[in-house]
Structures are given as structure tokens and as C-alpha cells.
Ligand binder design. Structure first.
Ligand SMILES: Nc1nc2c(ncn2[C@@H]2O[C@H](COP(=O)(O)OP(=O)(O)O)[C@@H](O)[C@H]2O)c(=O)[nH]1
Ligand SMILES: Nc1ncnc2c1ncn2[C@@H]1O[C@H](COP(=O)(O)OP(=O)(O)O)[C@@H](O)[C@H]1O
Length: 209
């Protein structure tokens, strides 16, 4: 039987919308390996608790630029003054195994991936309100008030691209938002071109007699 290539999913959101929490919950539910995260490269410094090769591949600016030169990246962008990118190696092998890959990238990356692979499902996570977004950034207790205000300004820049996405999920009630994302994943797996490949013999039999 022909090997079916996995699906690509992109989740983008303004910082604080709950993207990391949703991805974590999604991966915990789908822990059998049918949905895999892609580990990005970045030039930003690791935060306490972040593990190289798990959360990100942490590299220097020179290393990142050498990778750009070599054409190692599937997509890359400058976000918050640092480079971020998805290497081809990070996704190709997984997709070839027929597994789905989840990319946690910004709108610039989403645009590049969509241009290269139009069948990618791009999902935008929105907060229910600006007040809720600010509250979540505060409750996370990760940033100073000044950084929170910077994130709120940057959030507007990310949100301004909401109409470029295939799907929009409003993360008001967490479990509802998680279900919405799962429905998108399940729906994508049932698209015609994959189902035709998967059920080739069925259709041959149905049409043969
Ligand atoms: N284009 C692109 N964006 C990325 C990539 N990896 C992470 N990002 C985005 O970069 C932004 C900053 O991520 P991060 O430094 O982890 O900070 P935080 O999400 O604000 O805590 C987020 O919007 C990520 O989705 C990548 O490989 N490519
Ligand atoms: N639906 C929700 N309702 C209330 N709080 C939420 C919800 N989703 C996430 N949060 C909380 O909001 C904060 C920001 O979430 P996080 O996943 O870190 O966001 P992001 O990755 O988008 O920056 C965290 O403290 C998280 O627990």
C-alpha cells in the first residue's frame, strides 16, 4: 500500500492566548505518536527549565544564519528581535512516516508554510477579550508589567493577521477550545485525497463489479 503522508497543522496566537497550554493538552491526549510537535531553532536565550532539543534547538545567530545560507529551513522569521525557524529535518521524517506534525509558529511562518504547502491547516487561537489576555499574562507570573504591556502591543500585530488563517478558535472555555482543535485535526484526516489513497481497494471493489 502507498504510504500516506501526514498532515501539517499550524497553531498561531498572540502571546498569552493559551496556545502553549492547548498544545500541551492536545499532545497529552494524543500521546500515541499520531500527532508530533516540531522542535524549532531559535537564537533567543533558554529560559529556566527549558531543555535544548526539547523546547527549542538553541543556537547562536551565526549558526542560524549559516543554516539559512544552506537552505536548511522550511520557514524562518524574526520574532521579538530573535530568529525562529522550522528546519526541514524537523518535519520531513515525521510526515514521511504518515504522522501529523504540529507547528507552533507565528503568522510570518504560517504564511510561508501555506505558500509551500497549501494543504496545511492553519489555526489561529484568539483570546475572548483584550482584558482576558492581559489577565492571563499577569496570572502566568512570568513577565513584569512593562513586558506585559509590550506583549499587549505585539498581540495586536499578531491579531491583525487573523483573516489569513483557515480556522479560528476562541480560547474562552479551555476544554471547548481543545475540542475545537481536535475536531479540526480529525476533519483534516478525512479529506478526500487521503481517504482515496487509504481506501483505494475499497473504491476499486465498489466500482469493479
Ligand atoms: N516563524 C516561526 N515562529 C516561531 C517558531 N518557533 C516559535 N515561533 C513563534 O515565536 C513566538 C515567540 O515564541 P517564544 O520565544 O517561545 O515566546 P512566547 O511564546 O512569547 O513565550 C511565538 O509566537 C512562537 O509561535 C518558528 O520555528 N518559526
Ligand atoms: N481558556 C483559558 N481560560 C483561562 N486561563 C487560561 C485559558 N487558557 C490558558 N489560560 C492561562 O493563561 C495563561 C497563558 O497561557 P499560555 O498557554 O502560557 O499562553 P501562550 O502560549 O499563548 O502565550 C496561562 O497561565 C494559562 O494557564
Amino acid at each position: 500500500m502507498t504510504q500516506i503522508t501526514g498532515n501539517l497543522f499550524i497553531l498561531a496566537a498572540p502571546s498569552g492566548a493559551g496556545k502553549s497550554s492547548l498544545i500541551r493538552a492536545l499532545l497529552t491526549k494524543h500521546h500515541h505518536g499520531d500527532l508530533c510537535p516540531s522542535v524549532s531553532h531559535t537564537t533567543r536565550a533558554p529560559r529556566p527549565g527549558e531543555v535544548d532539543g526539547e523546547h527549542y534547538h538553541f543556537v547562536s545567530k551565526a549558526e542560524f544564519e549559516a543554516m539559512i545560507e544552506r537552505g536548511d529551513f522550511f520557514e524562518w522569521a524574526k520574532v521579538f528581535d530573535n530568529y525562529y525557524g522550522t528546519s526541514k529535518a524537523a518535519i520531513d521524517q515525521t510526515l514521511e512516516q504518515g504522522k501529523d506534525v504540529l507547528l507552533d509558529i507565528d503568522w510570518q511562518g504560517a504564511r510561508q508554510v501555506k505558500a509551500q504547502r497549501p494543504d496545511t491547516a492553519t489555526i489561529f487561537i484568539a483570546p475572548p477579550s483584550a482584558e482576558a489576555l492581559r489577565e492571563r499574562l499577569k496570572n502566568r507570573q512570568q513577565d513584569s508589567d512593562e513586558v506585559i504591556e509590550q506583549r499587549m502591543t505585539k498581540a495586536k500585530a499578531e491579531i491583525s493577521h487573523y483573516d489569513e488563517f483557515d480556522y479560528i478558535v476562541v480560547n474562552d472555555d479551555f476544554d471547548t477550545a481543545l475540542k475545537d482543535i481536535e475536531h479540526i485535526v480529525f476533519g483534516q484526516r478525512l479529506r478526500g485525497h487521503q481517504q482515496r489513497q487509504r481506501h483505494r481497494t475499497l473504491f476499486e471493489a465498489l466500482l469493479g463489479g
